[in-house]
Design a protein around this ligand. Structure first.
Ligand code: BDR
Ligand code: CA
Length: 305
């Protein structure tokens, strides 16, 4: 069973990733949810994290607000067209009545890892600003993080924000570079794989059959997100913790392009088998998913909520 901190910017697909984790208590224990600027502003991603926990009746999971901007270059949030102005598809998901925690997300991450060395898996599914700042503030946590499984980047395929850049990395490439060079065991779910984790029209219809109120809301959010083939980017990370056999990947060294006049936000991959990697941190880059089984998992689990 994985004990995790879910670092997110909800975000419709972040919401599905969270719901999938809530529905899988035998495999995933969420120690805390941390929020970051990304799809929408941090106050909105935080509000959404609270709304999703309330929707699933999981107010017991603490929510910590994190960074309000990337480390170096400020970026306007660009997710509104994709995720709605409120970040959850503008569906009037009710507001939560419970509160955010007083502690900053970065301090919560540091404190939790120091308290439970080697036990915590970090799951960033938005820009990696909080994780990078935690590593800068308390470098000793690097050796005490069990693993990082993150959604971001495009190692062997085109981007979705700039020609070569995926959204989460493009928002804060400096943060991504800090995290990717930290030496922490790392598994990357980039567009290479998440593009193949899609909700087709037929799958939308299957989800709709005998759906519960939570499933109905989840479907409505995803329909806003892309009614044709909606990519389930972030849920790949939580699905991996539930059933790693759904995925396959390769080992590579990943470097992030941070030059604003270059391919800003690109994740450049060099396969380890090509002689790279000597002394450099290696990342397990997921490239394949059994998307039929992934969909079955999501369908079965979300029905449990
Ligand atoms: C990533 O960007 C966000 O819009 C999604 O939530 C996901 O984390 C996909 O590029
Ligand atoms: Ca996200």
């Amino acid at each position: 069973k994985s004990r995790i901190i879910l670092d997110c910017d909800p975000g419709v697909d972040d919401a599905i990733a969270l719901l999938l984790a809530f529905a899988s208590p035998d495999e995933i224990e969420i120690v805390g949810i941390t929020t970051v600027v990304g799809n929408v502003s941090q106050p909105l991603t935080t509000r959404n994290a609270l709304r999703i926990t309330a929707m699933a009746n999981r107010q017991d999971i603490p929510v910590y607000a994190g960074c309000i901007r990337p480390i170096i270059l400020p970026r306007e949030e660009r997710g509104a067209s994709v995720h709605g102005t409120d970040g959850l598809g503008d569906l009037d998901v009710p507001d939560a009545t419970h509160e955010i925690q007083g502690q900053h997300a970065v301090d919560f991450i540091i404190e939790t890892i120091l308290r439970e060395p080697g036990q915590i898996t970090l799951c960033p599914i938005g820009p990696m600003t909080n994780i990078a700042l935690a590593l800068i503030k308390e470098p000793s946590i690097a050796g005490k993080i069990k693993a990082i499984a993150f959604m971001g980047g495009a190692a062997f395929s085109p981007g979705n924000t700039a020609t070569d850049a995926e959204f989460n990395i493009w928002i804060d490439p400096h943060a991504a570079q800090i995290v990717l060079s930290s030496g922490i065991p790392m598994t990357m779910f980039g567009l290479d794989v998440t593009r193949h984790a899609t909700l087709t029209k037929v799958r939308f219809e299957q989800l709709e059959r005998d759906s519960s109120p939570i499933m109905k809301t989840a479907i409505a959010m995803m329909r806003h997100y892309g009614s044709g083939d909606a990519s389930l980017h972030d849920p790949c990370v939580t699905a991996f913790l539930i059933d790693p056999t759904l995925f396959r990947g390769v080992d590579a060294v990943i470097e992030v392009d941070c030059d604003p006049s270059g391919a800003y936000g690109r994740t450049r991959a060099t396969l380890v088998e090509n002689g790279a990697g000597k002394g450099l941190p290696v990342c397990h880059v997921i490239t394949e998913v059994d998307d039929t089984r992934l969909f079955q998992l999501i369908d079965q689990r979300l029905r449990l909520l």
